[in-house]
Design a protein around this ligand. Structure first.
Ligand SMILES: Cc1ncc(COP(=O)(O)O)c(C=O)c1O
Length: 363
């Protein structure tokens, strides 16, 4: 049997007719950028999240870059970020000329909230937690620290749309929640797309300006902006996807529960998670010391896996001038060497999931 780590076509097929009708509606409308579909999506997402504003953008990376920019953070400023993160979270800081200050991961693989305060200096302007794999970071401690030190809070929700911490939706704890609709994400577009969530009129207005060349009125460029508009087709697709977000999440949670129940192999560790969260399982990460052999064995048996992420951003080639060594953040370094993500997605057939468990238990 062949089991791929993700098969986007299957997720699409679940609601194919609605996606196709939405795409055709836009094609026939003759209006493709900054239109009604995008405005409706913004309203629907804001209402769904219970916040005042959603601003639709071109990608999750842009959401992070423009969020940091809208808060006035730039050269000379520091932003606290998890060492165990995707490079885009760090790009959100570096593209603004600010410096990321890394915090190692805890046993659940999220930013270790107990290590944050020691990293705060008089240059620190914000904390940027990344809710990795669909699992919320420890937001009680993180938002407490942000409040205590008067720091801005920007959440990277690229992987966690719909996840809650003690009943509160991720992306609504701080000043700005950044969303990615990259096709594999919990709410996936059919191309690049992203958005920010915020309760602040001022921030929403600023991000709207930034996304459209810094202009509100054509040819009147008030600030130095970029082009980061979500196109109408993606907005229309995301309106369809939003209707099935909860259904897809429950599907992945069911798959995760089956993995937890079924995987019994002493060479394979399922990292601990918390009881006070609603995990949306964008990924199902395992830790395996003999990762290469494990991935090879699974591949020989037809099972595809991925690694999130093999090279932590603090040792990325592009940031080599910072001079970090792998062992500066020992937990993150270990995860980078041992993490393996199993197949998990909305539409993964039951027999394929059971087969994956069987292969793992034979390793
Ligand atoms: C944690 C995280 N942040 C940011 C991004 C960037 O989003 P995008 O690909 O939409 O630019 C991604 C994924 O792609 C991500 O996984």
């Amino acid at each position: 049997m062949v089991v791929n780590q993700v098969v986007l076509k299957r997720t699409y097929d679940l609601h194919k007719e609605e996606y196709e009708a939405a795409a055709l509606r836009v094609l026939n409308s003759g209006w493709y950028i900054l239109g009604r579909e995008m405005e409706e999506l913004e309203q629907e997402l804001a209402a769904w999240a219970g916040v005042k504003h959603c601003v639709a953008l071109n990608s999750g990376t842009d959401a992070l870059i423009l969020a940091v920019r809208a808060l006035g953070i730039g050269a000379g400023d520091e932003v606290i970020v998890p060492a165990n993160a995707y490079i885009a979270s760090v790009i959100g800081v570096t593209e603004n000329g600010a410096t990321p200050i890394f915090v190692d991961a805890d046993a659940s693989m999220e930013m270790d909230a107990d290590q944050i305060e020691a990293k705060i200096t008089n240059r620190t302007k914000a904390i940027l937690p990344v809710h990795l794999y669909g699992q919320p970071s420890r937001m009680d401690k993180i938002s407490g620290i942000a409040k205590k030190h008067g720091l801005k809070l920007v959440e990277d929700c690229a992987q966690c749309l719909g996840a809650t911490f003690r009943g509160k939706l991720t992306g609504t704890f701080g000043d700005i929640g950044c969303l990615s609709f990259y096709p594999t994400k919990p709410l996936g577009a059919f191309g690049d797309a992203g958005a920010i969530l915020t309760d602040s009129d001022e921030i929403a207005e600023r991000v709207k300006l930034l996304r459209n060349y810094g202009s509100r009125v054509k040819y009147h460029n008030e600030i130095n902006g970029v082009n980061s508009r979500m196109d109408e087709i993606q907005a229309a697709m995301l309106k369809v996807g939003l209707r099935y977000l909860a259904e897809g999440t429950e599907d992945r949670r069911r798959q995760a529960a089956q993995y937890r129940e079924g995987i019994k192999n002493s060479k394979v560790i399922i990292p601990p998670t918390y009881d006070d969260i609603y995990h949306v399982y964008h990924q199902f990460p395992l830790l395996v010391e003999e990762r290469d052999e494990f991935q090879r064995f699974l591949k020989e048996n037809g099972v595809g896996t991925q690694v999130h992420y093999p090279i932590p951003p603090y040792v990325a080639e592009c940031y080599r001038d910072w001079g970090y060594a792998w062992e500066d953040f020992p937990n993150t370094a270990r995860y980078a060497k041992q993490e393996v993500s199993l197949p998990i997605y909305s539409g993964l057939p039951e027999e394929e999931l059971r087969y994956v468990i069987d292969v793992i238990n034979r390793f």
